[in-house]
Design a protein around this ligand. Sequence first.
Ligand code: PEP
Ligand code: MG
Length: 672
Amino acid sequence: MKQIEIVIQNQTGLHARPARVLVNLAKQFKSDIHLQHKNKWVNAKSMVSVLTLGAVCGSEITVQVNGVDEEKAIAEIESAIRAGLGDDLTHDESKTIPVKIEAHVETPKVDEAPEAGVIKGVGAAPGIAVGPVFHFKKAELDVDDIETLQIGLDEALARAKAQLAELHQQMTEKKLGAEAAIFEAHSELLDDPELMQAVLARIETGLNPAKAWKAAIDEQAASIAALDDPLLAARADDMRDVGRRVLRLMLGVTEKGCKPKTPVIVLARELSPSDTASFDPEFVLGFGIVEGGPTSHIAILARALGLPAIVGVNESMLALEEKTPVILNGNDGTLTVNPAADVLERAKITQRRWLEYRRFAQEQASQPAISLDGVRVDVTANAGSVADAAEALHMGADGIGLLRTEFLFLERTTAPTEDEQFAVYNAVAETMKTLPVIVRTLDIGGDKPLPYIHLKPELNPFLGERGIRLCLNRPELFREQLRAILRAAPSGNLKIMFPMVSDIAELRQARAIIEELCRELNLPPVQIGIMIEVPSAALMADIFAPEIDFFSIGTNDLTQYTLAIDRGNSALASKHDGLHPSVLRLIAHTIESAHKHGKRADICGELGSDSAAVPILLGLGMDELSVSIPSVPTVKAQVRSLKIADWQPIAREALNCSTAQEVRGLVKKQLG
Ligand code: PEP
Ligand code: MG
């Protein structure tokens, strides 16, 4: 047995990032490895346990290793702890970086009283559903009665893992990578050695296995949740979700009694990934959810399934009687209760038209989007992986208008190497062949920490070292990514785009690096563009235009910075509207400046797939719309239905409206 005492020097103690590094390292050894702090001993191979050790900066911990590879294990663990477990110990200001997770936003409070018969929320997936209310409630799980146990814990765990593997497979087939990853993480939790030990210890004291399991899950989830960290809160939710799955199997409860058997509109306070995946899509017409914002798990899933959804809905929705007839409108985020016969009839017609329209759009997806007056508009996709690129192609995208490269850098303890990055960019380039792919350089910052990038704590991370600012401050990281993109460029049609540019000096500096790398690598030049996400860049677009090949307008951030509304705050979600005339004026100036210099202006923010915004954007002269993959066919279909020349004066009129609602009213009147 080997043992050392060591003082934790990390400013944040054994917080999530260093803990994950330590646990992953411990798992590489066969020996038993334990950590002690104060009087508590924990298994170093259990993330949950290491997190709950409570070791802060200056805590003395004992590392004890016992087994065949103990010598190597203790040496490597000691040096990893001394090196900071991925944290830079020389940065004494490296405190916890505030973390923002849009999928776990607080319950929004809708500040207007619901209109009579209409309950308000935020549209999260387009479409209209008409049907009876169905309240999703979780089944009661009685763990007290031993007689109700159908199978033992081992069998339940084995079946749960099989179910999770199947769900993972299904989600991967449906191209729902993020959902697939959730179920993979659930499966990993079932392997946590400390969790199993906590259950067995309780069984030994005489508790029945179901009660023991529930108590251990509740305890561990509560201790993680108590750490008051949004990232860890997500892990606590995962723990409860997977815990319930095992419990249901043990008790033989299939939640069937809670599942609709006829087509309904599902209303719930929240839906876990497991709840959502367990619905029979045949019987679900749409979702209305109290918790969460437009980027939450349920919103993403509903969009992928083609079902309308509203989120952040007023609590009063939960008091509706079962089977109450409602109209759920995923476009404007409303739930109309007990609609009058004529309103219901109109909604049914709209619903039928929407379904026909979507089917038709899908059939025509591979055709170019040419407006009624003969203007070809490129409709490209926003992608975040090689699999996305293949899916975008399948959905008829004319290219990738935004390749978010963050996915390569997240969930790792070291930066991806140049060759790793090259392999991915090259695969995307080869998948898209001659179609254009706009690769956006790393857009990471204080709001999304990476263990290998040390950021000073920031009071306002969204106004801090984000995007291009961060890359220019870390030339090696930036150069590696640029080298990888430039090397992959000849395999297809790659272009480079910089995020969060606010000053022309940033563009000039970044461009100079690319030119230098092209000379060094003897590679041809590539087109270079910038994202227009900051009002200063939009206002100075005429100065930027001669020095770029294209602009891509990121309305998610441009709206956030123009209106000073946090894009992830679901309480303000209804006010974060890119059709606000102030944002439209910035967009108009950007497009005019680009065209004056013979350059292109594209949009890659969510506004590009908003059906009320598409005619205005085209009326202002937008050359390309880069949208979420499932939206490609419907956006293409909408372009084909418009005469752009008719929308030019209306778009001009929109610039003189006073509110976003006025702009929406204008479009609605025009579209009839
Ligand atoms: C945007 O800000 O509109 C955008 C497309 O970038 P992201 O959503 O990745 O910040
Ligand atoms: Mg952005």
